[in-house]
Design a protein around this ligand. Structure first.
Ligand code: ATP
Ligand code: LTN
Length: 334
């Protein structure tokens, strides 16, 4: 039997996840996990690039682990672990830094956005973020990386670094492919539909969190910004309605044409209620299951311990190969 290809992805525990993270990432993870040797990580080291309250980071990390599990990541089938538990991630980052140029990092859109947003804390980690992400991916000889559209540029850098390293030192890394879902790869803010929905938005009405209860979800959709006119159709001059339609289709698995037909002649109010109900029908059971899992920290610790051990074995194989290729002495033991 042919060996399954490796799939790797990660999410930062930088806050409570939104339906953007769910649709752009988690939902695809669940769907793809059985077709690949899947490895999922909590990108806690990445989260440190923006100032965090240590106690909140710890809480968010448990929340994210529980959410992965509640969304159907099966820890027996897939590997689920915290990035900081496998030190090979930081170690490979160092080596990759030596084949990456500052100009490649300073032009990254996310670096520019986050530098503008956190003017008082433009640290080296924020700039080096994509190199750590490349290390995450390349350590596992990954072939597929499911991500939201905003991470495409970082994935391209990972491919460039892998190719550059391979050319300089000989075949070492597989070149990964990105997987960006056809729909809902970029869910937009409910308050400013020209901007991506983000879990760190200061305006709580701009996003639906995976922790929102049904009443909150209904209220936020009622307040969502719409466009002038009264037609419920997707078009470039109707970013608000287009975003709501995208969300509705992703949560009901209906094609856009069917949704447009369903709401033909209906008002914005009725439409927003239907979107809220469709979202709540999926988010509510996930939230309840997440809270059930979260109550058992020992179970989560056990899953992450087992995941780190499995990830570590794979990661160190690649790291040993890299160290040898660049000419570092093998460590003698015993
Ligand atoms: P932050 O707001 O802290 O920068 P984020 O909400 O962008 O974080 P990440 O943890 O960086 O979330 O991303 C996790 C995954 O979710 C990534 O694959 C990312 O591409 C995807 N994602 C994030 N926001 C959206 C969105 N609005 N629509 C679709 N996918 C998204
Ligand atoms: N930067 C990613 C999170 C992330 C990631 C990864 C995604 C960290 N390491 C490796 C895919 C593969 C983000 O979503 N912001």
């Amino acid at each position: 039997m042919e060996e399954k290809k490796v799939l790797f992805s990660a999410i930062q525990p930088s806050g409570i996840l939104t339906i953007g993270n769910y649709l752009g990432a988690l939902k695809n993870f669940r769907r793809l996990q059985s077709d690949y040797r899947s490895i999922f990580s909590l990108a806690d080291l990445h989260t440190l690039t923006v100032r965090q309250d240590p106690a909140v980071l710890k809480k968010n990390t448990y929340e994210l682990a529980a959410l992965y599990l509640a969304c159907g990541i099966n820890p027996e089938e897939s590997v689920l672990f915290a990035q900081s538990h496998v030190s090979a991630h930081a170690e490979l980052t160092w080596i990759l830094n030596t084949v990456c140029y500052p100009g490649e990092l300073s032009r990254m859109t996310q670096f520019k956005d986050k530098s503008a947003k956190h003017e008082d804390n433009i640290n080296m980690g924020l700039m080096d973020y994509p190199v750590l992400m490349a290390a995450d991916i390349l350590l596992y000889q990954t072939e597929l990386v499911p991500i939201g559209a905003d991470q495409k540029q970082h994935l391209e850098l990972a491919r460039d670094l892998a190719e550059r390293f391979n050319n300089r030192f000989g075949e070492t890394f597989k070149i990964p492919e990105g997987y960006i879902g056809k729909s809902a790869a970029r869910v937009m803010s409910l308050a400013e539909p020209e901007r991506k929905m983000s879990k760190s938005d200061a305006n709580l009405n701009a996003f639906i969190s995976m922790n929102d209860d049904t009443d909150t979800i209904m209220r936020k959709f009622k307040r969502a910004v719409t466009d002038s006119g009264d037609k419920i159709i997707a078009s470039a001059d109707k970013p608000g309605i287009t975003n709501l339609l995208t969300i509705y289709c992703a949560f009901t698995d209906k094609p856009l044409s069917e949704a447009e037909k369903e709401f033909d002649g209906k008002g914005y109010g009725e439409f927003k209620t239907a979107v809220g109900e469709a979202v709540a029908a999926v988010v509510d059971p996930i939230r309840c299951e997440k809270n059930r899992i979260l109550a058992d920290k020992e179970y989560i610790d056990g899953v992450l311990k087992d995941g780190a051990e499995r990830a570590e074995r794979l990661a160190y194989k690649t790291l040993a190969k890299v160290y040898k290729k660049v000419g570092l002495l093998p460590r003698r033991r015993g």
